[in-house]
Write a protein that binds this ligand. Structure first.
Ligand SMILES: [Zn+2]
Length: 180
């Protein structure tokens, strides 16, 4: 239980998803930047990001690989904050689940898999929960949110970080100020 979802890593140590997100920001000197330049971050990791119109309705985004080269596609018709979260979620799949694989694996995500709420275990797979946790930690880095907060106005704080008010509200409630 708790918010540190462990995942295996080659070193044998169990590292939390949040730590992976923070390490990534630090590697790219983005740990102090708001809003996090998410597309630039993807590009620096070798992942291209394209806005597109999906023929199938309900798709928010996907990540697909070809010969080890991964691309993120995001639904151009969704709100900017939603697109940012989707891109961060897909980058989470890349960093946590896909990187280094040579096959054509990927993920396709809809509003049911991209969530800012991750409390209800079982409402999506472990990989989806990890990608959502990664996205939240990446776009709303704990130390930065603390610097700007505590602000009761999740709308104002959300706009600073380029996330929805809902995502920020949950971030504030979900273990940021309340330690579990
Ligand atoms: Zn996903």
């Amino acid at each position: 239980m708790g918010h540190m979802v462990p995942f295996p890593n080659p070193g044998g140590a169990r590292v939390g998803v949040k730590d992976v997100a923070l390490d990534l920001l630090r590697q790219h000197d983005m740990a102090e930047t708001v809003p996090v330049p998410i597309i630039e971050l993807c590009n620096r990791e070798g992942v291209e990001v394209r806005e597109t119109l999906f023929t199938e309705s309900g798709v928010s985004g996907l990540i697909i690989g070809r010969d080890g080269q991964f691309s993120i596609y995001v639904n151009r018709d969704e709100p900017k904050t939603r697109k940012r979260f989707t891109i961060a979620h897909e980058l989470g799949h890349y960093i946590l689940h896909l990187r280094g694989k040579r096959d054509n694996g990927g993920f396709r995500d809809s509003q049911s898999t991209i969530r800012t709420v991750f409390r209800r275990a079982g409402d999506s797979s472990i990989e989806e929960r990890e990608a959502n946790q990664f996205a939240a930690a990446l776009l709303m880095p704990e130390t930065l949110v603390r610097e700007y907060g505590p602000v009761s106005d999740a709308v104002a704080l959300g706009s600073i970080f380029g996330v929805s008010a809902e995502a920020m509200r949950i971030r504030l409630e979900d273990g940021l100020y309340v330690r579990r």
